[in-house]
Design a protein around this ligand. Structure first.
Ligand code: SF4
Length: 388
């Protein structure tokens, strides 16, 4: 019996027999998905400051070099994204900039904010005004922090990465699996449609991968709030030389994820980091947020595939490709959901009446060009035609 995160007051228990079952899963044990989805996003790196220093990460900048986008820069990025047909403003972060980042804190104060989460809320409001639906990934969050930003987000996320203690997270400032699980649990308690995932190749073993997936499942069974999990491989970069996991490894991990999770949770691989075409028979059903206008700031050396390439990938799999909103269909109100195209849309979660905050719902239902765009994507009647 594996138990984690007790130090944060979140209790997650994984049955070792289930771990053993997953360790035996191979791609032939899962079914390919009947359709693929993606969302069109604009990537907005609100700040590159981060209290941690994960060894595989090129995203964070050290104090003195970290950036903080201004409200004007955020608005400009959002306008460009909305004009390009994006529906999602993907706000990325490190974790809370700690006290070493005096310049960031001074700047936030000058803009009238006590915390980065207060500023994130303003950034999300700008995105809504400019015609995008915010999806924020601000790292670990306390309940108070998430309560600050959840009312202006269509969905949120944080990568669990792994339940294992790995050297990749070691050092004086390190994130822990307990904190991540706690954040995922808080999201469920607050009714936030949530994205999480595992990072493959940072020193974890096969048993750790299975435990991580089952820990995510346990939290979903508690709250019904996990909309997708990302299975992401580590990539070598300028700060580290982690070996990229082999295709065979990724095929087995993706199959394990599909077998571990209920059908309503989507399994995504980022197509700019992972050879999605070689994983189509392993149960992936989503190709993630794809940006026609911005680079992947977390993995800047790896270009987004063109939208046409996603279409070709779906053709190769012989399945339709659909655009989706950053909130998965299952969490949309009934009047905004299309009639299902696959099993995972079957029933909305019964645990709460509404999963969308009022500000986001009002944005989607607005009688303007952006509202029409959101509703068209949400109610799509047929496969996407590319190019669009
Ligand atoms: S992976 Fe995330 S938490 Fe770790 S250093 Fe990078 S931005 Fe910070």
């Amino acid at each position: 019996m594996f138990t984690a995160a007790a130090e944060y007051g979140v209790d997650v228990t994984v049955d070792e027999r289930e771990v053993d079952r997953l360790l035996a899963v191979t791609p032939v044990d899962v079914d390919p998905a009947p359709a693929l989805t993606f969302s069109r996003n604009v990537f907005i790196p609100l700040t590159t400051a981060c209290r941690y220093t994960c060894t595989y990460c090129t995203y964070y900048d050290v104090p003195g070099q970290a950036t903080l986008l201004s409200p004007e820069e955020i608005r400009e990025q959002c306008r460009i994204g909305a004009d390009a047909g994006c529906t999602e403003a993907l706000f990325t972060f490190g974790d809370d900039p700690d006290e070493r980042y005096t310049e960031i804190h001074d700047q936030l104060e000058a803009w009238g904010h006590d915390s980065i989460h207060e500023y994130l809320r303003e950034a999300c409001e700008i995105a809504l005004e400019e015609g995008l639906l915010p999806h924020s990934n601000p790292g670990d969050q306390t309940r108070e922090q998430m309560e600050t930003v959840a009312p202006v987000n269509a969905s949120m996320g944080v990568m669990l990465e792994t339940t294992a203690d790995v050297p990749a997270h070691s050092g004086g400032r390190r994130k822990t699996p307990g904190q991540r699980l706690n954040t995922i649990d808080i999201a469920g308690a607050l009714g936030v449609p949530f994205t999480t995932g595992i990072l493959v190749g940072i020193g974890e073993g096969w048993r750790d991968r299975a435990e991580s997936l089952l820990a995510i499942r346990a939290l979903h069974e508690r709250h019904d709030h996990i909309q997708e999990i990302i299975v992401q491989n580590v990539v070598p970069n300028e700060r580290s030389d982690y070996e990229k996991p082999s295709v065979e490894t990724m095929r087995r991990v993706v199959a394990m994820a599909r077998a571990a999770l209920p059908a309503e949770i989507s399994v995504q691989v980022p197509p700019n980091l992972t050879p999605a075409r070689e994983l189509l028979d392993c149960g992936i059903d989503d190709l993630g947020g794809v940006s026609p206008v911005t680079e992947d700031y977390i993995n800047p050396e790896y270009e987004w595939p063109a939208l046409q390439e996603l279409g070709d990938t779906a053709d190769e799999a012989g399945v339709p490709l659909y655009e989706r909103l950053p909130t998965y269909d299952r969490y949309l109100p009934t009047n905004l959901r299309r009639d299902g195209f696959d099993g995972r849309l079957a029933e909305p979660p019964a645990t709460r009446d509404s999963w969308l905050p009022d500000a986001v719902l009002a944005r989607i239902e607005a009688d303007d060009v952006h509202g029409e765009r959101f509703r068209r994507v949400a109610r799509r009647a047929g496969p996407l035609s590319l190019p669009d």
